[in-house]
Ligand binder design. Sequence first.
Ligand code: MN
Length: 475
Amino acid sequence: MTAPATAQPDSSGPGGPFTGLREWLDRLQASGRLAVAKPGISLEFELAAAAKRMDGQAATFFPKPSGHPIPVISGLLSNRRWMAEALAVEETELLRHFQEAVASPLPWREQASGPVHEVVHRDVDLAKLLPLPVHNERDSGPYITAGLLIARNPRTGVQNVTIHRLQLNAKDRLGVLMLPRHTMEFYRMATDAAEDLPVTIVIGVDPATLLSSQAIVPLDFDELTIAGALHGKPLDVVRSLTNEIRVPANAEISIEGRILAGVMEPEGPFGEFPQYYGERADQQVIKVEVVTHRSRPIFHTIVGGVGEHLLLGGIPREATLLAILQRAFPGVRDVHLSRGGVCRYHLYVQFDKKQDGEAKNVIVAALGAHYDIKHVYVVDRDVNIHDPAEVEWAVATRFQGDRDLVIVNEAQGSKLDPSTRAGVGTKLGFDATVPLNARGMRFERIRVPGEADVDLDTLFERAASTSWRWHLEAD
Ligand code: MN
């Protein structure tokens, strides 16, 4: 069944931010960063394996996965440089730019119809309609991992947008892991009134909308308005067919349904961002009413623990943490959630210390800023916090365990960190800054004058024509 739709081109201005997924795929392909697989690769493991092997090098495009007519893409934003490029800013401006968008959100603009509704399926069989992959060895089965779940506050009507992992439970039922986040708040409000919570899940959106879904903002802050600010123009939305939820008009696929009040079914295990399996437990269930999509849609999947997964959560967190810390400590210059710390648990802070002891205050503030943060490292401004080896060097040479370590026992942490007891564990802070009264050359970093300015191409003979032996024999 096909509904008429007005064409809305995914236009991106020259050099401007990418406002359409397909334009971003064009850019990736034109610059050699889109690997197109041979048709027919298996949805079970093979697709995830290939996507994971290409992580950080190229996004992947899989035509006819397991023979399904809808192609699958993965790894769209697998490093910081790509993210900055998609938003049309310098990499060093990424956090500030995102924070500005959060500070000046742009309301969306409603359209009568949009490409996402070009094809409508009311007879729902998710496994047939969509190419649902199985990623990890012990995953319970097929999952939707890149679905932006949109719900409305039952009291205020304000929308919330976030990604929850969605397990295929039956042909028209998805298990949803909500965790104590905004969707869960809305669900509680609905169930208190003995009602289901309507939701619409969209799959296949542009980079800015994807990133916006991960913003750390208060309840009743519609994340789609951040996407508008990042685009520099309001996001076009359309009303869902069976509920009041507005969805990006240019999304590839939408799934409309209701989170059923009081219904629980087993969900998990599933391979999560810390590179471990989230456990199997009873979780809420979405009854799907309608699936819509573009006439030739694309399905996006995020493989657990790859760059795309870690950075999508990491960049908005960094932006929020930087803003929070800078409010109290103007000397905080930059923050970084390291890849080894799964872009959640290890925070590096570059700090221009003006008072002795101040770095410890920064540590305490950072630990309080987000419960996921487990270990905080504060370093001086000469340390590049985007290079973990530099941070380790600062800890190795500027830190003493008896006076520079902060320990907070029995604090709330991430439930997905298997070393905690149901999320409760120990926080550590490492003050690896140089004491302000350090004398003379004691902490002076060695430096070879001119190192950075050496022009290697003119200085060294790159052609192998001259043997070193020749120089012994010459003149
Ligand atoms: Mn929210």
